[in-house]
Design a protein around this ligand. Structure first.
Ligand code: BTN
Length: 258
């Protein structure tokens, strides 16, 4: 790692989890931690293994979008092998873990925008990408990718300047990536162990979901519609009340404030 603060030894030293992060791989540069995690998972890596890159050259986001991750951002993936019925809760646990870690380290107040964006002052500070390998109704692995804009000067990044922010821009000072990482893995470790209690997880997640109660525009493939985000289903789909009164269940797509 080019930055002393993000060394495997440093992370291992500060991490006191029993499951997540028992094995950690750190790289100076990767195309994407999702790819490296996928390779490790296929070779049989144990659940809880974490892959970190100081920077990514082909970081990817949802809906085939690129994810910019130069040095200063935090980019990592976690290999998990949960029971397939728990897959809908992975994004909830992860977004809560990211929010809690940012809160603990910075005292900032991040919120979750459905389905998996973390915002501060209405700008995106973190994104989550989840990729599953399911064959014959059996889950081989689930990879959770987390990107956090930690020490990036976003005004210098014209591609995202109007929609994104970073922790250092918000705080006016550099923030330790290692500290955020260790807090995030610790939160994941704790939250993952709640898993049989899915109702409790959904309830806690909904409390942080800024989208609820808002007028939204939903875009999915060639469809666009507006309505009020009323609630979510128990597995996390968004329920949007259209002006006609119809209730629509949204499973994926882009949701913006209308
Ligand atoms: C999104 O908001 O669209 C999701 C962004 C996810 C980015 C992270 S960074 C670590 C991991 N590696 C990637 O290539 N993507 C995810």
């Amino acid at each position: 790692m080019s930055e002393a603060e993000l060394s495997p030894a440093g992370v291992m030293h500060d991490l006191h989890t029993s499951f997540i992060g028992q094995k950690i791989f750190c790289y100076d540069v990767l195309d994407s931690t999702m790819e490296a995690a996928r390779r490790e998972a296929l070779w049989g890596a144990t659940a809880g293994t974490v892959i970190i890159a100081d920077r990514q050259t082909q970081g990817r986001g949802r809906l085939q979008r690129p994810w910019l991750s130069p040095t200063g951002s935090l980019a990592f993936s976690i290999i998990l092998r949960p029971n397939i019925e728990y897959l809908p809760y992975m994004v909830m646990l992860t977004s809560m873990a990211v929010c809690n870690s940012i809160k603990s380290v910075t005292r900032l107040r991040p919120v979750i925008k459905w389905p998996n964006d973390i915002l501060i002052n209405e700008k995106k500070v973190s994104g989550i990408l989840i990729e599953n390998d399911i064959r014959n109704n059996s889950l081989k692995y689930c990879i959770i990718g987390i990107g956090i804009n930690v020490n990036l000067h976003i005004p210098d990044m014209p591609e995202i300047a109007s929609i994104a922010t970073s922790l250092s821009d918000q705080m006016g000072k550099q923030i330790s990536r290692q500290n955020i990482l260790v807090h995030c893995l610790t939160e994941m470790d704790t939250l993952y162990k709640l898993l049989p209690k899915t109702d409790y997880i959904v309830e806690r997640w909904q409390k942080n979901l800024i989208t609820l109660g808002q007028k939204v525009q939903v875009t999915w493939k060639d469809q666009i519609f507006t309505g009020t985000a009323e609630s979510t289903t128990s597995d996390g789909n968004l329920l949007v009340r259209e002006t006609s009164g119809a209730l629509r269940e949204v499973m994926a797509g882009d949701v913006t404030l209308a």
